[in-house]
Design a protein around this ligand. Structure first.
Ligand SMILES: Nc1ncnc2c1ncn2[C@@H]1O[C@H](COP(=O)(O)OP(=O)(O)O)[C@@H](O)[C@H]1O
Ligand SMILES: [Mg+2]
Length: 208
């Protein structure tokens, strides 16, 4: 039986990792075959790519280099983890996926949207999530949450305007792909958001 592919998207501090983990643990407790993974860094090679992407450097980091690294990470991830697990019936939950690349490298960084979509498509071989939860939160709130938790990495060091373009980018993607992308209000409590996720998964018959 073919598995299910669920992704979580949103700006920094929105609550993606929190909800992805909650869903993973819930499904596991119900004896589902389930895998929790993330981008970048969902494979051995991907972990090395993740480090390059997130470590601050004094070198110029060309936006296209950033895009290529994300897509290289994704290509490893698709071939080694996502596709094989979906094909053997797993529910694969991924913390960030194609929409993050489109929002960050496309809408926020300003690379050509069509090119980013094409590279996404090459890296995934056209595989799309069955459903994507976009956790939406005001930029100030998201940044406040992660600042309280830990310091900022290279991407998080970008300014407020960058993060605002990012949030708008995600919302634009959700509008374009209404059937796949469900927007959740990240200002609700963890429990309220999680209940909404379960409700949507049932309504869309993704979970029984
Ligand atoms: N619904 C929520 N309300 C308040 N704080 C939250 C909520 N969800 C997550 N948090 C907290 O916000 C911080 C960022 O959450 P996290 O899941 O790591 O976000 P992300 O993975 O989207 O960057 C964590 O400290 C987490 O405990
Ligand atoms: Mg996270």
């Amino acid at each position: 039986m073919k598995g299910i592919f669920i992704t979580f998207e949103g700006i920094e501090g929105a609550g993606k990792s929190t909800q992805a983990k909650k869903l993973y643990e819930f499904l596991k407790s119900k004896d589902h075959k389930v895998l929790l993974t993330r981008e970048p860094g969902g494979t051995k090679t991907g972990k090395k790519i993740r480090e390059i992407l997130l470590t601050p450097t004094d070198e110029i980091f060309p936006p296209f280099a950033e895009l290529f690294l994300y897509e290289a990470d994704r290509s490893f991830h698709i071939e080694n983890v996502i596709k094989p697990n979906i094909n053997s019936g797993f529910i694969v939950i991924c913390d960030r996926f194609i929409d993050s690349t489109l929002a960050y490298q496309g809408y926020a960084r300003g690379l050509d949207i069509k090119i980013v979509k094409q590279l996404n498509n090459l890296a995934t071989g056209g595989l799309k999530p069955d459903i994507t939860f976009l956790i939406d939160i005001p930029v100030e709130e998201g940044l406040k949450r992660i600042k309280e938790k830990r310091g900022f990495d290279r991407i998080e060091q970008e300014d407020l305007e960058f993060h605002k373009r990012l949030r708008e980018g995600f919302l634009h993607i959700a509008k374009e792909e209404k059937d796949r992308v469900v927007i959740l209000n990240g200002l609700k409590s963890e429990k309220q958001i999680f209940n909404q996720i379960l409700k949507v998964l049932k309504e869309k018959s993704i979970l029984k």
